[in-house]
Design a protein around this ligand. Structure first.
Ligand code: DSN
Length: 438
């Protein structure tokens, strides 16, 4: 039988060639970017279905929370029997996976990704100029948590909090800022924070000061639903997440909230920010949500954390400086400029480029005090993708050894090529048959 990619290659040779090349790249390199993963083949195939042809502006109900039979179609276009059933299924699975009581919460599965999800939440509860608190980007926050170059930092009055000297969220500073600025909303969550987030404490601070607590758990959602990280509910009023990181779903966003906030969230997503939802993506999301409720996913999440600790240990022993001293979740942030007793590379950009030549794919990352985002001092590593391939602690020791060798030999192109061959043979040794559409 002709392969899927073979079919595309026959139809469009240029795109088909690039599809095949990307598959080969992913199967022969180590993906250590903590926000990346490998989805199941079922998730990828659902994305490639006829739902991509269908417009479905609106919701599969007339208003949030309404479940009556006669109001099961709140769409602006006809032809929705399948989209309505599919979106309801995705909503139910999201509520069952993420909330302590599906009847008390609401889910919106339409955000196109994490940034629109966060913007919609801010838009739901804030007027332009209103104040909210968020973690500063250079301390591990996200652009949409109020960075000045992002809309969230220009439309609203974003007050930024930081980490303390122990590389922990500065909960005292957050409390002080919340009392001083009386924000309508506090957003927590991070993209480069190797520690656990104390949602209960943040919920207390929010309630003391009359703010809503929004938890962006894009990086850690899979740990929260399996008990490897404190769960944001019931402390947070609203939770946002992407579905393509540790959750292993399609590139998309998801918002969950207390049921009484659901109508405001829905209005903010559509028509406030977006038009038609991507129903093929929602189909793939529903599959990923079911997969994430399985015992196999629970085991996976535990292994992600154990692997991150093993990788951290291997790198620390070799002299790498780990921000926060190690990891309590799925990721590590290395200060590469000050690592390895003077064998330091000049910046994280350079090291990320050289590591890629060795088949080790990471991203450069700012650490506190950095002033040049393109040439930061750090790199960020994570274990969600390599764990999906089936790697375990001993494999992390091998990866750490390759990173150390590639860092020492960063200016030696021959050494990087030798490592690349070893890495490719190693990665190709893991069975990936269920992960790649070919
Ligand atoms: N780009 C994502 C990450 O890599 O963490 C955040 O949006």
């Amino acid at each position: 039988m002709e392969s899927w990619i073979g079919y595309v290659e026959r139809h469009d040779a240029e795109v088909g060639r690039l599809l095949a090349a990307e598959g080969r790249r992913q199967r022969s390199t180590l993906s250590l970017i903590p926000s990346e993963n490998y989805t199941s083949k079922a998730v990828q195939l659902a994305l490639a279905t006829s739902y991509t042809n269908k417009y479905a502006e609106g919701y599969p109900y007339l208003w949030a929370g309404d479940t009556r039979e006669e109001t099961k179609n709140g769409r602006y276009y006809r032809g929705q029997p399948n989209t309505n059933e599919l979106e309801r299924l995705a909503i139910r699975r999201a509520l069952e996976l993420f909330t302590p009581n599906p009847d008390a919460y609401h889910a919106n599965v339409q955000p196109l990704s994490g940034s629109p999800a966060n913007l919609a939440v801010l838009n739901a509860f804030l007027e332009p100029g209103d104040t909210f608190l968020g973690l500063s980007l250079d301390y591990g926050g996200h652009l949409t948590h109020g960075h000045p170059v992002n809309l969230t930092g220009s439309i609203y009055n974003a007050v930024q909090y930081r980490l303390n000297a122990d590389y922990e969220l500065d909960y005292e500073q957050i409390r002080e800022l919340a009392h001083r600025h009386k924000p309508k909303l506090i957003i927590c969550g991070a993209t480069a924070y190797p520690r656990q987030i104390r949602f209960q404490l943040l919920g207390e601070i929010a309630r003391e000061t009359g703010a809503l607590l929004v938890a962006d758990i894009a990086h850690i959602c899979g740990l929260c639903v399996t008990g490897y990280h404190e769960h944001p509910f019931p402390h947070a009023d609203v939770v946002t997440t992407t579905t393509h990181k540790i959750l292993r779903g399609p590139r998309a966003g998801l918002i969950l909230c207390r049921r009484e906030l659901g109508a405001a969230i829905d209005r903010a997503v559509f028509p406030g920010l977006q038009g038609g939802p991507h129903m093929n993506t929602i189909a793939a999301m529903a599959i990923a949500l079911r997969e994430a409720a399985s015992p196999a996913y629970h085991a996976y999440a535990g292994q992600v954390v154990r692997n991150a600790k093993a990788l951290a240990e291997g790198l620390r022993e070799a002299g790498f400086v780990l921000m926060g001293g190690g990891t309590e979740n799925h990721l590590l942030l290395l200060d590469v400029v000050n690592s390895m007793n003077g064998l330091a590379v000049r910046d994280g950009h350079y090291l990320a480029v050289q590591l890629e030549k060795a088949g080790i794919v990471v991203n450069k990352n700012a650490i506190p005090g950095d002033t040049k985002p393109w040439y930061p001092s750090g790199i960020r590593l994570g274990t969600p993708a390599v764990t999906t391939l089936g790697m375990q602690e001993p494999d992390m020791a091998r990866i750490a050894a390759w990173i150390v060798r590639a860092t020492r030999g960063a200016s030696d192109e021959g050494e990087l090529q030798r490592i690349r061959s070893e890495v490719a043979a190693f990665v190709e040794g893991f069975p990936a048959g269920e992960l790649f559409v070919e």
